[in-house]
Every structure is written in structure tokens, then in C-alpha cells.
Ligand binder design. Structure first.
Ligand code: CA
Ligand code: CA
Ligand code: CU
Length: 230
């Protein structure tokens, strides 16, 4: 929400009060008086004001505001496109992983955090490595983050700790199937036809329920627009 609030337009009043709160920059105030005198001159409009230091500063401040608004928009769109990637944490607790069972989606991250001792996080069932991941959890490597690849969607990934697997230090991560594609009609483009499908099934379930929350609505529209190809 900070991103939205920073989108408000540049207010000249806010700038003035900001300057007023900095009395050590005396020349600012003097230059402002000079600027306001030039404004009263009908031959010299504000936009054609002299190249005084405050004018140049104001110009660069305007640019900065434009830049921050652009950055805020980019952050906003980035947030929309990554809104469904969840960060999970599994903590090593004694000779166990907690939680030992977890359900994730492709694209999510799972961070394994050590609390003490020397362990590993090794993919595989029955204490046999599968090769998907294998990382130490010890004093020098206290955490390991695994980004769930789409290749394991719809499967259960087992993992264990090499030195303590026999004692039951194991866990499973269930990876759900990927959400429906925003390309609802499967023609390779996300465009007006897919938008029509979403609007035509408003409130309904199925392929248009892109975020799989049970019904087709505004959040699915957001998913569609974020994937828009035209
Ligand atoms: Ca399509
Ligand atoms: Ca939905
Ligand atoms: Cu261990």
C-alpha cells in the first residue's frame, strides 16, 4: 500500500514546507523570494523562469517524483504477477523437520532453517537420494532455500537428513498441480477471447477460476491481465 500512497502527485506546498523545515539552507529561502519576484513579472512566466539553483532543483525533483511513480507502478505490477508464490519455512527441530508435511505450489519457495546440530536436507524417499536437492544444515550453512520447480507439480517430494534418516528425520512436500492457464481457450495468446470466457463465467468455477479460489471473479481478472499478450 506504500506503493500506492507514493503515487500521489507532487505538491508544491509539500515542497515548500519541506524546505521551510530546513533552516540551515538559508540560500533556499532567499532564492525562493527571488523566484516569487520573477513570477510577478508578467513577461517572465514560471515555466520560463531563470536557471536559478532552486529552479534546477525543482526540475530535478519533478523528475524524481515521476521516476518514483514509475518505479511504484513497476513494483505494483511485479506484486500482481508474483502474488501466488508463497514462501514456506521448515525448521529443523532436534532430529525432526517441522512441519514434516507441507503442501506447496510450483514457484513457491521452501526455506529450511537450522536450529542446531549438523544435518542435511536431501531429497529422496527411504533414505535414498533422488538428486533433486541436497544441502547441508550446519553451523556454516544455516539455511537452504528450494524453489519448487514446475517439473514436480502434482507429485510428492520426499526428503531426509542423511545422518539421522534411520532415526526418522524425514519429511514430505506435496506439490499441487499447476493452476489453470490464463490462455483459457488454448490458442497460444491471452487476449479478448479469454477475457470473454472469464466474464462469461463470472461467479462460476472451472477453467476460468484462474486462482482456484472456487469462483471466477476480480482476482481471476487480475491474473488474466497480468498474463495479457494481446
Ligand atoms: Ca487464448
Ligand atoms: Ca477465482
Ligand atoms: Cu539430522
Amino acid at each position: 500500500m506504500a506503493a500506492i500512497s507514493s503515487l500521489r502527485p507532487c505538491s508544491p506546498h509539500a515542497r515548500t514546507s519541506k524546505i521551510a523545515r530546513r533552516p540551515q539552507f538559508d540560500w533556499f529561502a532567499r532564492a525562493d523570494r527571488f523566484e516569487s519576484r520573477s513570477q510577478h513579472d508578467p513577461k517572465r512566466g514560471r515555466s520560463h523562469g531563470p536557471k536559478t539553483i532552486p529552479n534546477l532543483i525543482e526540475k530535478s525533483m519533478r523528475t524524481t517524483h515521476l521516476l518514483s511513480a514509475t518505479v511504484s507502478l513497476a513494483v505494483l505490477f511485479g506484486a500482481v504477477s508474483s502474488a501466488f508464490a508463497t514462501k514456506h519455512t521448515i525448521t529443523q527441530s532436534g532430529l525432526a523437520f517441522s512441519p514434516s508435511t507441507l503442501t506447496v505450489a510450483p514457484g513457491d519457495t521452501v526455506r529450511f532453517v537450522r536450529t542446531g546440530g549438523s544435518h542435511t536436507v536431501t531429497s529422496g524417499a527411504n533414505c535414498t537420494a533422488s538428486g533433486l536437492f541436497n544441502a547441508p544444515l550446519n553451523a556454516t550453512s544455516t539455511s537452504f532455500t528450494w524453489t519448487v520447480p514446475s517439473s514436480v507439480a502434482g507429485t510428492t517430494v520426499s526428503y531426509y537428513c542423511i545422518p539421522h534418516c534411520g532415526g526418522g528425520m524425514r519429511g514430505t512436500i506435496t506439490v499441487v498441480a499447476p493452476p489453470p492457464s490464463p490462455d483459457i481457450d488454448g490458442d497460444g495468446a491471452v487476449n479478448a477471447a479469454d477475457l470473454a470466457a472469464v466474464l462469461g463465467n463470472w461467479g462460476g468455477a472451472g477453467a476460468t477460476d484462474l486462482d482456484q479460489d472456487g469462483s471466477t471473479g476480480a482476482s481471476d481478472l487480475a491474473v488474466l491481465l497480468a498474463a495479457w499478450t494481446g
